[in-house]
Write a protein that binds this ligand. Structure first.
Ligand SMILES: Nc1ncnc2c1ncn2[C@@H]1O[C@H](COP(=O)(O)OP(=O)(O)OP(=O)(O)O)[C@@H](O)[C@H]1O
Ligand SMILES: [Mg+2]
Length: 280
């Protein structure tokens, strides 16, 4: 059984144009996508800007409400989940964003940033448990700090970084902070939305290698969104090629990159300007 199954997923954005919202325009950002992701797998999602990659990735986490279709995660119907179920599902499904500069609150210390998901989820759990177990959370401060130290080590940052602010770090280090925040709840599945696109090639390579190592250490499953064929070829088991809201081709990375069946995939492969992606 796959960890994640998507069937006929559709997202239509309605935009109001002109005065009084009379000229409504519909954008079919995702137009009937079906795919499965196996436990422990990395599926690459490639396609040109505006083809619907982010919309698809965010719908899986229900950060964007789908117009229609179905999403099954770990045997559960994501779109039918109650708010309590959704909260539990969100522990298991996280996202890493493209822009490490914009995605971290500049007024929060790194320790607050990386432990925030833990605080939010334990508050929700505590409010349910308090009646039965009034001492729940008594030593939560120390355990929060310990969790922060542990996850910082896992992403290759020194624990002294916890006392500092995002602007004190380089782009690559900030992305490590974003990864720490995404992984502190020990999710099963992570949507990586162009996590290295804003970084230099060499820094991006370090982050890609870190994601690979974390996948082994934490048993993660990834949906890795990118427009770079060399990156997905290196990192992903399979690649899905998306065009105008649809998957035009999906298969093992080697097949897709060496024997592309679709004209659009060939165009993407030829259009890749970056140098060949390097291993550590
Ligand atoms: N909130 C929104 N309202 C209306 N249209 C939107 C909205 N978000 C995205 N779109 C449109 O939906 C389409 C898909 O956008 P999306 O951001 O999912 O693409 P993408 O493949 O992630 O692009 P990029 O590679 O630039 O990140 C685009 O045409 C975009 O303009
Ligand atoms: Mg995007």
């Amino acid at each position: 059984m796959p960890l994640l199954s998507i069937r006929d997923l559709v997202k239509i954005y309605q935009t109001d144009e002109g005065l009084f919202g009379k000229a409504r325009r519909e954008i079919r950002a995702v137009n009937g996508v079906s795919l499965d992701i196996a436990q422990g797998e990395t599926l690459g999602l490639v396609g040109e800007s505006g083809c619907g990659k982010t919309t698809l990735g965010r719908m899986i986490l229900r950060l964007i409400e789908p117009t229609s279709g179905s999403i099954t995660f770990n045997g559960r119907n994501v779109l039918a989940a109650s708010s309590a179920e959704l909260r539990r599902l969100r522990r298991d499904m996280q996202i890493i964003f493209q822009d490490p500069f914009a995605s971290l609150n500049p007024r929060m210390r790194v320790e607050e940033i990386v432990t925030e998901p833990l605080v939010i989820h334990s508050q929700a759990a505590n409010s349910l448990n308090r009646a039965e177990n009034p001492s729940a959370g008594a030593n939560s401060k120390t355990s929060l700090h310990d969790s922060a130290v542990e996850i910082m080590r896992a992403v290759g940052l020194d624990e002294s970084a916890l006392r500092r602010y995002p602007h004190e770090f380089s782009g690559g280090q900030r992305q490590r902070i974003g990864i720490a925040r995404a992984l502190i709840l020990r999710p099963k599945f992570v949507v990586c939305d162009e996590p290295v696109s804003a970084l230099d090639v060499s820094v991006g390579a370090q982050i890609v290698n870190l994601l690979k190592k974390l996948q082994r250490d934490f048993g993660l499953t990834y949906l890795f969104i990118s427009h770079s064929m060399p990156v997905v070829r290196y990192l992903c088991d399979r690649i899905a090629v998306m065009r105008r809201g649809e998957i035009v081709e999906i298969g093992p990375s080697v097949e897709i990159t060496s024997r592309p069946q679709h004209e659009y995939t060939r165009t993407l492969l030829e259009a890749t300007p970056e140098p060949e992606f390097k291993l550590d």
